[in-house]
Design a protein around this ligand. Structure first.
Ligand code: GAP
Length: 445
């Protein structure tokens, strides 16, 4: 993990939030390469989920009516057990004391050590994870609103709006991508558990009785999505929730887990939420949330199968999965270690880099022309500094799948060398065919 965190900072994937002020715990900023990778992950999810005929997209607001969170059960149930250390005054999750790091000033600026205050913790208390704020100028309890802890509720409250506008009939789904906020007691493991993160969620509304089949369908679909974008299948597994560990809304739940360097961790949850949410919103709002089937003349509250992925956690899983160090020839018969981010070309932040072999004989001018031809279609990077081997290594580390080199042969036949990142194989491609070539290679993978 240390290598990945360090590469993330060095290459501009992820920075600590407000770093110059010492950072803000549980918050991270995405740099130039990181924001591209994150956008590409979201774009691939959006295409896979909403370019189907049975799923519509929405973008609901982060702030919602406070009654939403009473209806959803979050005000009463969205809690973690918390203890305080009487000695160092730090606050920990009672079920994660193995990660409790001592907050004593004696360790400030030094490597943190495990809190040794066994027996000195307070009794566990329930701590609600929702962030509260106030709407309008009055900071009293009547004006409290919450930053949403999940995007799902914005979909439930819009179920009938979307259904009637799009003229969909169950089974159909509504998807959205957006920020969610949780006041996590223990933030840890880089992007894994943060206080501000992004979710990619889809709620699929089905007729009761068909829910178990759809649950199985979405469970399979979602795991194959990660594999279709190059994630190693052997690093993925399902974890079924034991009945006593199910969330308050769920009848059945599976996590899709990835094997991170620190162990298996959930990257997506598939939940059978039954009619819990729609029924609760009907009760709390007084508005019917039932669907009327014109053909069969039946009126019913659909069951919901939810697929809930973390965009930030998927980002971290794709990054970890793509990272490798391997021995590679230097070009002069020697071997060296290269760091490669073997990201799927559709996820790679930069799709191609253009290098003139030397800074003379008109090669830079040709290189810049190629760069300009590619730029309207794909993110491209031009680099004319340093030895060609070092330029390749820099791009390997950024995950760029294709490097195009303008060399003396280019001056003769207007072809460039295309070097593919993983195999390091090279082939010659006509300059006028480069955009078509890149498009075909990126789509074919
Ligand atoms: N709507 C259901 C729901 O929110 P969840 O299992 O609490 O279910 C779904 O969260 C996904 O959101 C997780 O699989 C994870 O990828 C992501 N996630 C949840 N809490 C997170 C956090 N504190 N930091 C980063 N990602 C988080």
């Amino acid at each position: 993990m240390e290598k990945i965190v360090s590469l993330s900072k060095r290459r501009g994937f992820v920075y600590q939030s407000s770093e110059i002020y010492g950072g803000l715990n549980g918050c991270w900023d995405y740099g130039p390469l990181g924001v591209e990778l994150l956008r590409n992950i979201k774009e691939q999810w959006w295409r896979a989920m909403t370019y189907r005929k049975d799923v519509e997209g929405i973008d609901a607001s982060i702030l919602m009516h406070p009654r939403v969170w009473e209806a959803s059960g979050h005000v009463a149930n969205f809690t973690d057990p918390m203890v305080d250390c009487r000695e160092c005054k730090s606050r920990f999750r009672a079920d994660q004391l193995e990660d409790a790091l001592c907050g004593s000033p004696a360790y400030k600026g030094r490597k943190a050590v495990k809190c040794q205050a066994d027996g000195k913790f307070t009794e566990a208390r329930q701590f609600n994870l929702m962030f509260k704020t106030h709407i309008g100028p009055m900071e009293d309890s009547t004006e409290v609103v919450y930053l949403r802890p999940e995007t799902a509720q914005g979909i439930y409250v819009n179920f009938l709006n979307v259904q009637s506008a799009s003229r969909q009939k169950p089974p159909f789904g509504i998807a959205q991508i957006g920020k969610a906020f949780r006041n996590e007691i223990n933030t840890r493991n880089f992007l894994f558990r943060t206080r501000e993160f992004e979710q990619m969620e889809m709620q699929f509304f089905v007729k009761p009785g068909t829910d178990e089949d759809w649950f199985g369908y979405w469970k399979r679909e979602r795991l194959s999505w990660f594999v279709s974008l190059g994630m190693k299948e052997a690093k993925l597994q399902y974890h079924r929730h034991e009945p006593d560990k199910l969330a308050h809304y769920a009848k059945d739940a599976y996590d899709i887990e990835y094997e991170f360097p620190f162990g298996w961790g959930e990257i997506e949850g598939i939940h059978n939420r039954t009619d819990f949410d729609l029924t609760r919103h009907e009760e709390f709002s007084g508005k019917s949330m039932k669907y009327f089937d014109e053909q069969t003349k039946e009126r019913y509250t659909p069951y919901v199968i939810e697929t809930s992925a973390g965009a930030s956690r998927s980002f971290m899983a794709f990054l970890v999965d793509a990272y490798r160090e391997e021995e590679a020839p230097t070009g002069d018969g020697k071997m060296e270690t290269r760091t490669v981010l073997g990201l799927h070309p559709r996820l790679a932040p930069v799709k191609a880099a253009v290098f003139p072999l030397v800074n003379r004989d008109g090669m830079p001018e040709i290189g810049k022309k190629i760069e300009e031809a590619i730029r309207p279609h794909f993110r491209v990077f031009y680099d004319d500094s340093g030895a060609i081997g070092r330029r390749y290594r820099r791009q390997d580390e950024a995950g760029t799948p294709f490097c195009l080199t303008v060399d003396s042969q280019t001056l003769v036949d207007q072809t460039v060398t295309v070097r593919e990142r993983d195999s390091m194989k090279q082939e010659r491609v006509g300059m006028d065919m480069i955009v078509t070539y890149l498009r075909e290679r990126i789509q074919a993978e």
